[in-house]
Design a protein around this ligand. Structure first.
Ligand code: WT7
Length: 630
């Protein structure tokens, strides 16, 4: 579709999208291959909630990612893959080849009993087969649930269990920097508690030793030999489930965010094309792992739907050294580069000597996602990577929104460092105060909500619709609540100020404090714990854990190490606490509720400004905690 090309055009398109949203989105949907056109564009209410787009429409997203492009760009590269080890050959996979590989693996899934509507868990390293597995699921109408390879067996088991997956697709292991991650053994451990799993398909990547259970575990390379690459796409209803992706919440276990086929397809394409202003034959690189929504929407689906060339990188920004991103950009002549503020800050901290050897002259657009980008990091990115000639798109969105909601259009929207700027056409943000009263006009700060549906939005939380309502649609009546604080400045520009609930953004990863606490509590000597965030120069937020031990052990440092290992084991390295403080009690109200507000203030260093502490059961606890701050 033709993208917006001037700021005037953006304003006009925005206006139209608000006044006539159905006509607006219908026009965007027309370019795709539909087996049957929709009967109705939209049906919705935010009270149940019930949101349906393109009702009655029939399609398959992989026909739109692959088959639709074969005639015009069959020989164009769809995926460029860059290995963890710079000495391992990179790969280029054309649209024709990708189509064939996806169809072949779709047949592997079918020959192993998978069918439309089944949930399939994918736990893989960043190799092309990960994208192939995702698309193969979609090809046969199976619902993929990708779990980030950095999560450990307990988190994996929770997710397999919640979605009742019958199949897991994994690899023997994965390469990440200097480490080999033993994925298959984590799967083995996880499925001890998941009797639903009947088949495990294993890709050989690191060639590490694995145990293959006869009848259950199958090698990818053996299975693909048994089938053809001819697999017609399952016809899906626009509102059939496409995937589940788990995200952390303020309470309890992660929620399985549900996205459906038609709306997600239209929304990721529209936002990809307009935000990045992708031009034919450009090389686009999103550094996110496919285990997160950014990898789903802007590494796999959005770019492939748009017929782009998308780069997938197996490794990490600092391996073999902190110049790796810049080396890869020069090597593959990347035009559009999309990464996270935490990566930018950590590379900035390593110094410019890692940037200097590289030309970076192929770059045209830079992107940022996952957390607020601080002005200093924005300026560094702009000056040293973009050489003051590449527009930066600071894209605000969430797992639940499916695609970008507030962002500049590259080179079109005037930017301001630290601001995600303006809503995309179709996005209708409102700011409200704590009571839900709308804050109209400019120069206001409140909580970010949306008052009208967009095609890519969350449809439900898997197997628990009530939780979806509770988490997103109950705080304020008839609004979708994001959980973020936000300011709208004098120009109507949006600046995200951060989370207002009990989740923390650590290196751009959303982690629930409750989940981290339950991992800590797995340690036999820990009675209770409370986790809050604290500002961290590189990670944005760090994890501060207050823990109460059962018997007072003398070897405090040893205990802290054990706690860290426990979190690593049960949840994964991304959730390891940065600071642990052993305390004898936690600040609680008379009714036994932990007053996290106070703990947050202490961890943020605002010990003289703890606010109202009159409802505390035992104010002495606070004094002790302040004294022992680490
Ligand atoms: C939360 C959603 C968006 C895909 C990756 C994260 C924070 C995200 C920005 C941004 C400020 C941002 C918000 C949001 N966030 N992008 N550009 N500026 N904050 O998806 O894990 O679901 O996290 O990330 O707090 O609510 P997610």
């Amino acid at each position: 579709m033709k993208s917006i090309s001037t700021f005037e055009e953006y304003k006009k398109e925005y206006q139209f999208s608000v006044e006539q949203p159905e006509q607006f989105w219908e026009a965007k949907a027309e370019q795709f291959t539909w087996k049957k056109k929709w009967d109705k564009v939209l049906e919705w209410n935010f009270s149940e909630p019930n949101v349906k787009w393109f009702l009655g429409g029939k399609m398959n997203i992989t026909e739109n990612c692959l088959d639709r492009h074969l005639k015009e760009r069959g020989d164009q590269t769809a995926i460029i893959w860059e290995a963890n080890d710079p000495n391992e050959a990179s790969k280029k996979i054309t649209y024709k080849e990708l189509h064939s590989e996806v169809c072949r693996f779709a047949n592997v899934l079918k020959s192993n009993g998978a069918k439309k509507g089944d949930r399939i868990c994918i736990y893989m390293p960043m190799v092309p087969e990960l994208a192939i597995a995702v698309l193969a699921c979609a090809r046969i109408g199976a619902i993929h649930s990708v779990v980030f390879g950095g999560f450990s067996f307990n988190s994996l088991a929770d997710r397999i269990h919640d979605a009742d997956c019958h199949m897991v697709i994994t690899a023997d292991g994965g390469f990440r920097g200097a480490k080999d991650i033993p994925l298959k053994s984590v799967v083995d451990e996880a499925i001890k508690t998941c009797p639903s799993v009947q088949k495990v398909i294993v890709l050989k990547r690191t060639k590490c030793d694995v145990i293959m259970q006869a009848g259950r575990d199958l090698w990818w390379h053996e299975e693909v030999k048994k089938v053809s690459d001819d697999c017609s796409a399952e016809i899906m209803d626009a509102e059939d489930m496409l995937f589940i992706l788990y995200t952390s919440g303020s309470t309890g276990k992660p929620k399985g965010v549900v996205h459906s086929c038609g709306g997600y397809m239209v929304y990721t394409t529209y936002t990809f094309e307009n935000v990045f202003q992708y031009k034919n034959n450009e090389v686009y690189w999103c550094t996110a792992d496919v285990g997160w929504i950014t990898g789903h929407s802007y590494l796999v689906y959005g770019p492939l739907l748009a017929g782009a060339t998308t780069l997938m990188f197996e490794g990490i920004p600092t391996y073999p050294d902190a110049g790796r991103f810049w080396q890869v950009i020069d090597k593959h002549k990347v035009n559009i580069f999309y990464t996270a503020p935490t990566a930018i800050r950590s590379l900035e901290a390593m110094g410019l000597n890692f940037v200097k050897p590289y030309k970076l002259d192929s770059l045209r657009v830079l992107g940022s996602v996952g957390e607020p980008i601080n002005v200093e990091a924005w300026n560094w990115y702009n000056a040293n990577i973009g050489k003051n000639r590449c527009p930066i798109v600071d894209t605000w969105w969430q797992t639940e929104t499916g695609g970008i909601m507030i962002s500049p259009l590259a080179g079109i929207t005037p930017t301001k460092p630290g601001f995600a700027t303006l809503p995309l056409p179709g996005a209708q943000p409102v700011l409200v105060d704590e009571k839900g009263i709308e804050l109209k006009g400019n120069n206001v700060e409140g909580r970010l909500c949306f008052e009208f549906p967009w095609p890519g939005m969350i449809r439900s939380t898997y197997n628990n619709h009530a939780r979806c309502k509770e988490a997103y649609f109950s705080t304020y009546a008839n609004l979708y609540f994001t959980g973020d604080g936000c300011r709208r400045d004098e120009d109507g520009y949006y600046r995200i100020t951060g989370r207002v609930d009990d989740v923390i953004k650590v290196s751009g990863h959303l982690l629930g404090t409750a989940e981290i606490e339950s991992a800590i509590n797995e340690h036999p000597d820990i009675v209770e714990s409370a986790v809050v965030g604290f500002p961290h120069d590189i990670k944005g937020w760090g994890i501060y854990a207050y823990v109460i031990q059962e018997h007072s052990r003398k070897d405090v440092e040893e205990l802290k190490k054990e706690i860290t290992a426990t979190v690593n084991k049960f949840m994964g390295a991304i959730a390891k606490p940065d600071k642990i403080q052993i305390v004898s009690g936690l600040p609680k109200t008379r009714s036994g509720k932990i007053m996290r507000r106070i703990l947050r203030k202490i961890s943020e260093g605002e010990v003289n400004n703890l606010g109202d502490t009159s409802t505390l059961l035992d104010p002495g606890v606070v004094e002790e905690i302040v004294k022992g701050k680490v």
